[in-house]
Design a binder for this molecule. Structure first.
Ligand code: S3P
Length: 417
């Protein structure tokens, strides 16, 4: 349990940890490629440590020095391994496609939360490529057996970068062409990195196609994670002025800025540049009076991990907000529609659950109270922001899950020494 004091102002400059999605991919793809690569500003949160552990178990050599990783790819994968993916959906979903592509037999397991999350969304499309995958009632443990893959044209019902990536990773080992089309474009870090490593990748709107390719290792400089910066950006909007430095602003990830535009949050992107194939900027956010907003399915994928925080900002805004088309939140590390609604209600806000989102009646001020993270890192960090901005503060129950994506979150916040 951790007490979070309310504050009148929150100001400062922040260096945030490396991007989680890019770190996972840089470790996994290089670990299975030809040569050696250096990854800098890597996130060493628990989820990415899970990816390291799995890739090492398969035979990749990974030396870790702070946030710099030296990865040596392996052509000889160990077989018959049981790999623990921990809490990480990205690790288990991408590894399913990776293992199917490499033709190795492996069993993927995870913690209680991960073992309750849907895996048929990757197993089914991969079976259309000829993969041999057995889930446990649609969940982990997942067993992958060797098979010969052929290309397929796959239309996804949901926008999911994890599912898209699993298919592309299998597709680069399949005969013929493999295409994935999404209803709305999800984050595109896989397409970008595979292309940089020499894969045949073609992007046409929401459709990505690959054909058989050999990958060569490539160095990756990881930008800071906009999903981690978002908490400090939100504190700037609520309580003062914050500058988040060197943040990745890949357009498939900047939905939080779309939400800011609608809410009326004052922000600017400074010092824009391109680093390691990804656009970055320093993001300055200033205290703003916010108004209620509407968000729908097309806007959801680009802010999928920020939606609990966006819902919290709506609770601090003036007027009613309606967020729909976000049913995916129900199958994240927790049921984030339920846990976010409870978080806002416990702080004294007014948030109603919809099957696929929320209706939030903004109150401009929240009194504070106690919030359970339900062991979901994004709920714990959203609660911290909500409590700092509240009148009385309150306790976060089970706060340590922040280490999944942001190990020194509370230190950066000035809550813990
Ligand atoms: C991720 C994709 C998203 C996101 C997750 C990381 C990725 O999941 O919620 O935190 O790295 O590909 P979905 O693609 O399943 O929505």
């Amino acid at each position: 349990m951790l007490f979070i004091q309310s504050r009148n102002t929150f100001e400062g400059e922040f260096d945030l940890p490396g991007d989680k999605s890019i770190t996972h991919r840089a470790i996994m793809f290089n670990g299975g490629a030809e040569g050696e690569a250096v990854i800098t500003n890597a996130l060493m949160g628990e989820d990415c440590v899970s990816t390291c552990r799995c890739m090492r178990a398969l035979g990749a050599q990974i030396d870790i020095d702070g946030t710099t990783l030296r990865v040596q790819g392996t052509p000889n994968f160990r077989r018959g391994m049981r790999l623990d993916c921990g809490n990480s959906g990205t690790t288990i979903r991408l590894l399913t496609g990776f293992a199917a592509g490499k033709g190795i037999d492996v069993t993927l397991v995870g913690d209680a939360s991960l073992s309750s999350r849907p895996m048929n969304r990757v197993a089914q499309p991969l079976s259309l490529l000829g993969a041999n995958i057995r889930t446990t009632d649609g969940r982990a443990p997942v067993e992958i057996a060797p098979s010969v893959l052929h290309g397929a044209d796959i239309a996804l019902q949901i926008a999911s970068a994890q599912v898209k990536s699993a298919i592309l990773l299998a597709g680069i080992s399949a005969s013929g062409k493999t295409s994935v089309t999404e209803p709305v474009k999800s984050r595109d870090h896989t397409e970008r990195l595979l292309a940089a490593m020499g894969a045949n990748v073609c992007v046409e709107g929401n459709k990505v196609s690959v054909s058989k390719s050999e990958l060569s290792c490539v160095d990756v400089r990881v930008p800071s994670d906009i999903s981690s910066a978002a908490y400090f950006m939100a504190l700037g909007a609520l309580k003062g002025k914050t500058l988040c430095k060197n943040v990745g602003i890949n357009p498939t990830r900047t939905g939080i800025l779309t939400a800011f535009d609608k809410l009326g949050v004052k922000y600017s992107l400074l010092n824009k540049r391109v680093s390691g194939g990804e656009e970055t900027a320093d993001i300055l956010v200033e205290r703003s009076l916010m108004r209620g907003i509407t968000l729908t399915a097309e806007e959801v994928p680009s802010m999928i991990d920020e939606l609990p925080l966006v819902a919290l900002l709506c609770a601090y805004a003036d007027g009613e907000s309606r967020i729909t088309g976000a049913k995916e939140l129900r199958v994240k590390e927790s049921d984030r529609i339920r846990t976010t609604a409870e978080l806002i209600q416990n702080l004294g806000g007014d948030c109603e659950e919809l099957e696929d989102g929320f209706v939030i009646r903004g109150k401009k001020k929240l009194v504070g109270g106690n919030v359970d993270s339900y062991l979901d890192h994004r709920i714990a960090m959203t609660a911290a922001v909500g409590l700092i901005a509240s009148e009385n503060g309150g306790y976060i129950l089970r706060p340590d899950c922040c280490a999944i994506s942001f190990p020194d979150f509370f230190e950066k916040l000035g809550v813990r020494a």
